[in-house]
Structure formats: C-alpha cells, structure tokens
Ligand binder design. Structure first.
Ligand SMILES: Cc1ncc(C[n+]2csc(CCOP(=O)(O)OP(=O)(O)O)c2C)c(N)n1
Length: 635
C-alpha cells in the first residue's frame, strides 16, 4: 500500500491530508524514525514524543514564511521528514548526510540552527523584533522542552518577550524529562500540572468552552478567560503571567485535533506573547522507549558501543567515586548530563554530593566556584562543547580568584555523529589562554585516573580533558598517584623526528612512529600530558637534539597546543627547529564517525605518518620557525 508519507514533500502537502488519516501518518513517521535511527543512531525518544505536535504545527502554521524554531534541534526528525528531507533521511548523522539537528544550510524550513540547548526563545525573539521592525506579519514559534527551558538564557529571553509584548508563541513541550528526569523547582511545578487530575478536568472544560465559541473575535478573550477562571488552581499561570505571557494549557500533545484546535485559536487571535503548554510522552508509541526514555534519548548506531572496554566517562566516574570516598569535601556537579558522565554510581553512594543543576552550564561553574570558597572541592563534570557556555564564569568566577575547581571535560576533541555543534575542538585554546588554569589531557584511561587524582589534590583550577568513547583497554593501576603539574613523558626515543602529542593523539602517534620505523625514520614520541603549563625543559631539550618536531592535537590549530610549543621554542631562541602542527584547521568539523573525521584531518596513525614523511621530504625552509606562519598553513 502506498504510504501517506510518500505524498508529502512540504507542509502544503501535509495540509491536504484528511484529518482522519493523520493518525496513520503519525504511525508511518514513527516507523520511519525507528527504522532509520536503529541504523544511524540518534535521538529516538524525543522525536517519537513530538510526532503529533510537529504535524499540528505544520498544519496550522505556514512554514517557512512562519518561523518555527526548534530548541536543541534534536527532536526535529519529524520536522525534517515533513519539510522535504525524507529522501535523504537515511543519511541522518552520516558523513556528508543530513544533520541530526536543525541547520540553516540544510533547509529554508530551519530558520535557526541548533545543537546546544535553550537558544530557541532568544533566537525567536530576534525574529519577532526583526518582523516588527520590518512591518511584516509572519508568526514566530519557539518550541522548547521542559529541560531546555530551565536555562538562564531562556528566562532572559522570556523576560524580554514579556517586556516588549509582541505577538509571539512559545510552545512548551513538557514530557517531564531532560535526558534524565528534569530537575529543579520549575520542573516540580510543571509536574504538578501534568499529573494533577483537576488540571485534566480544566483541560476538558476549556475545550468544551472553546467549542461553544464561534471562530472569531470572541476567542481573543480565550487566554485571559482561562487565566482568570482557573487562577489559583495548580496551573502555573502566575509565573507566566508575571513574565508577561498569556498561558494556554495544558494540552494533550498526542491529540492532533486538540492541538490544531488550540494552535489555530491562538494563531488567529493572540496579539501578545503566549505560552502554550503541551504535555507529551517521551518515546511515545514505542513501548520500550516510553518505559526507558533515558536510555532511548540517544541511541548508538548498529555496531556502535565500546566493545567491552570501559569508556573514558566510565573511568572518570569510577575514579571520582574512589576519590569521593577518600575526600569528604569532594562534590560533583553536572549540568543535566548525569547519564552521559556515568555519574549514577557516584550518586548512588553519595546522593547528597552530586548536584544535577539542569541545563545550566554557567550556573554549574559559578556554583562550583562558590563551593570552592568554602573549602569544598567541586568537580564539574561537563562535555567540552557545553563548557563553552561558561567561558566568562571560568575566567571571572574561578580562575581570577584562583579557586580549586576541577573541570572533568568529557568529549574533548572529535566527537563524531553529533557534528558541528558538538565537537570538542576548542577547549585547549579557550582554556590555556586563562591565567591560573592548568590544562591536562591523558594519553589513556589509566593516566586519566592519575590526572583526576592530581587535579583534586592540586588546589588549583585544573581541567582534565578526555575523549569520547572507549579507552585503549590498558590495565588500571590500583594505587593513584599525583603527576607533577606540567610534566610530560618521553614514550619512545628516536633521532630523526619528534612527535609531541596531546591526549588522545598520543596513541596514534606511537602507531605512526612504528610505521615510520619501518620506513627507516627514527621517531621520538612525547606524551605532553599538559597543554598548560608546558613541559619547558622536556620540549626545549628535545628541540636541541631533534630538529624536526611535529605536534598533534584534537583541537583547532588556532590558539592550540601546537602554537604554544612554537611560541615556547621561539621564546627559547630555538629558531632552527622545523615544526609542523597537526590539528583542526580554522573550520567547524561536520558530522561523521570519529574514525572518518580523524582520517579527514590527518589525526589518525595514517595521517600522522603521511605528514611526518611529507615534512621530512619538504624543503627545510618551509618549516623553519622563522617561517612559522607559512608552516601553519601547510596543513
Ligand atoms: C547547552 C547544552 N547542554 C546540554 C545539552 C545536552 N542535551 C541535549 S538534549 C537535552 C535534554 C533536553 O531536554 P528537553 O528540552 O526537555 O527536550 P526533550 O528531549 O525532553 O524533548 C540535553 C541535556 C545540550 N544539547 N546543550
């Protein structure tokens, strides 16, 4: 039987589908998503939860003229399938394929790209003001989850929206879940609304009341009516009202009919900021995902996983648990990523010392700084890409006051399928420029344990940055020891060329050295361990002996580890050293598997070998330090 989905190339086609057939379409969309995500990996439960909401939005609004701004963008698969991307949907998150998030380059139906949470209301407000300034009349709709709305930036935008008072729609997609259950006082308030019977009655009654109205002007009072009539019940109207919004809801987010009805009313009548509270079930329609929405938030592609070797995140959590047992002042902070950082084992034993602060990276860092002022040792467990959010907090609240906050930075370097918005390729640059900060990166999971121990003992702001995925499978030392700050290690001696590698790049550099040996090239490999402070003695002595130096890092070259090495050699007067920096050029790294992307940037053993051979066979002048700008552009 032909599929309804096959007939839809744009929201206009969707509008031609009869209301009676929409449930069938919803089922087809769910099947398509499950089929694809099983192969490609991706965000499953969040997308299954917004099937009906997305259908209703595209039937009521007129995208791309009307702007629908999805927060995070991880739940935009249905939207992609309905906006001309179904034929490429099987390339989701694959190298060269469509992104797992919204992306302006990909479609005119994506008015704003995302990947990080909580930007939708701000971005949509920009569009609202642009519309008003230009004297136009399109609709702007921000769709945000109950997790993402907890971030400060969301409230900053709501605050402005209420102040300006322009016509604007915020759809709060409330499923009670972030990746883990949503935390915080707002989450408690919303869950009272979701679960409370009187609210369900309100919902039914408001529908009846609406049904009694004819379409048109009278309905303009609907929002105010609902607010007045039921104020004092558990509906959180006072909160939204105080922010200058009309509150509508809660609405059953799996009833297309209800949503079309309510959305049409507000679209036709509302003149001010309006928040439409839609209640959905994460994982809807796929019982396993409904029962375990945490696990099914994001699933790996077939064949993905760690092949039985512990991931760096797991080793981080196991070490943190050990350290928490020894050090009663140690506390752990996660901005909404307890699962990704494997913190469940720490939380199980020390529930009062693990704090999930919600999707609030800025608060996480300043909260840690506050704890540190009182003698606690906060460990901020955070992904590299999300820590970008807290740049000023690291500078102003932690480093300027030289407070001993440990940053356990997961997903440093190339992360893979999540793509441009999630690559951890900037942290070495943005952390090493800050005074007082120590920045370390372990060569393997055993060294991760020791560096975490070192960081906790250091009494300094210190970041330990490690990659996404499994460790190397090396044995773990039973006893933890401190590593002197700023001390690297020579892991292999050779006289033709020296590779100084950072973190995850050490292992492929060792492999490259073995390949180079087969070509008769004698290679030193240094595990730098610290991007700051650099091991000055080790590096300058090395440059005295070996005149060809290659640095390797999974970070952008601009402001990266390699540049610091060049600066050190220059400042030490070692101008006759030839240096080549291997790393990420000045671009955003798209999606694809980690191995494909590492190969693309020459960061795997093949690429490092090739570049060393190239360097040794190139003219000497191309790499002399005095020509360093040229050297850097020979990537
Ligand atoms: C700044 C930032 N921090 C953390 C994340 C990781 N993350 C992706 S989705 C998500 C949960 C979002 O929850 P919610 O907004 O309620 O959407 P749902 O998945 O429940 O539909 C989190 C924490 C992110 N994308 N961006």
């Amino acid at each position: 039987m032909p599929k309804l989905l096959d007939t839809i190339d744009s929201p206009d086609d969707l509008k031609k589908i009869s209301p009676a057939a929409l449930e069938e379409l919803a089922a087809e969309l769910r099947q398509e998503i499950i089929k694809t995500v099983t192969v490609t990996g991706g965000h499953l439960a969040s997308n299954l939860g917004v099937v009906e909401l997305t259908i209703a939005l595209h039937r009521v609004f007129d995208s791309p003229r009307d702007k629908i701004v999805w927060d995070v963008g991880h739940q935009s698969y249905v939207h992609k399938l309905l906006t001309g991307r179904k034929d490429r949907f099987d390339t989701l998150r694959q190298y060269g394929g469509i992104s797992g998030y919204t992306c302006r380059d990909e479609s005119e139906y994506d008015p704003f790209g995302a990947g990080h949470a909580s930007t939708s209301i701000s971005a949509a407000m920009g569009m609202v003001v642009a519309r008003d300034l230009a004297g136009e009349d399109y609709n702007v709709v921000a769709v945000i989850g109950d997790g993402a709305i907890t971030a400060g930036i969301s409230f900053e935008a709501l605050n402005q929206a209420g102040h300006l008072g322009s016509r604007f729609f915020v759809i709060l997609n409330d499923n009670g879940m972030s990746i883990s259950p949503t935390v915080g006082a707002l989450a408690k308030l919303l869950s009272r609304v979701r679960l409370n019977r009187p609210v369900r009655r309100v919902e039914k009654r408001s529908k009846k009341i609406l049904a009694a109205f004819s379409w048109g002007r009278k309905l303009a009072e609907f929002g105010e009516f609902l607010v007045d009539r039921f104020k004092g019940l558990v509906i959180p109207t006072p909160l939204w009202e105080a922010l200058g919004f009309t509150y509508i809801g809660p609405i059953d987010g799996h009833s297309i009919r209800d949503m079309e009805y309510f959305l049409t009313q507000v679209k036709n009548t509302s003149t001010k900021p309006t928040l439409i509270h839609v209640v959905t079930t994460k994982g809807k329609g796929y019982s396993q995902a409904e029962d375990n929405a945490v696990y099914f938030h994001g699933v790996s592609a077939i064949g993905g996983g760690s092949n039985g070797v512990n991931t760096y995140s797991e080793i981080f959590a196991q070490t943190t648990l050990r350290l928490a047992r020894e050090e009663p002042k140690l506390v752990v902070i996660t901005p909404a990523m307890p699962e990704g950082n494997c913190l469940n084992i720490v939380e199980a034993e020390f529930p009062n010392r693990v704090f999930d602060v919600g999707i609030c990276e800025q608060h996480a860092v300043t909260f840690a700084a506050g704890l540190a002022t009182q003698g606690y040792i906060p460990v901020v467990a955070i992904y590299s890409t999300f820590l970008q959010r807290a740049f000023d907090q690291i500078i102003h609240d932690v480093c300027l006051q030289d407070l001993p906050v440990v940053f356990a930075i997961d997903r440093g370097g190339i992360v893979g399928d999540d793509g441009k918005t999630h690559q951890g390729t900037f942290d070495i640059s943005y952390l090493t420029l800050i005074p007082n900060m120590v920045v370390a990166a372990p060569k393997d999971e055993n060294e991760l344990q020791h560096l975490l121990y070192t960081a906790v003992k250091s009494g300094r702001p210190m970041a330990v940055r490690y990659p996404r995925g499994p460790g190397l499978g090396v044995p773990l030392d039973a006893a933890l020891h401190e590593i002197p700050l700023g001390k690297g290690e020579v892991v292999r001696e050779g006289s033709d060329v020296a590779i100084i590698a950072l973190g995850a790049s050490v292992s492929p550099s060792i492999e490259a050295a073995q390949r180079l040996a087969r070509k008769g090239i004698d290679t030193t490999v240094v595990n730098a361990r610290f991007a700051k402070p650099l091991d000055k003695d080790l590096i300058t002595n090395l440059a005295g002996r070996v005149k060809n130096i290659v640095t390797v890092e999974e970070n952008v070259l601009n402001g990266g580890f390699g540049e610091s090495v060049i600066k050190l050699l220059e400042n030490s007067g070692l101008y006759d050293t030839r240096v080549r920096n291997i790393g990420i050029p000045d671009e955003f790294v798209e999606h694809g598997t980690q191995s494909v992307l590492r190969a693309r940037y020459g960061l795997d053993a093949d690429g490092i070998t090739r570049q060393v051979v190239e360097m040794l066979s190139a003219k000497k002048e191309d790499f002399l330090l005095k020509n360093k700008d040229k050297a850097r552009t020979t990537q």
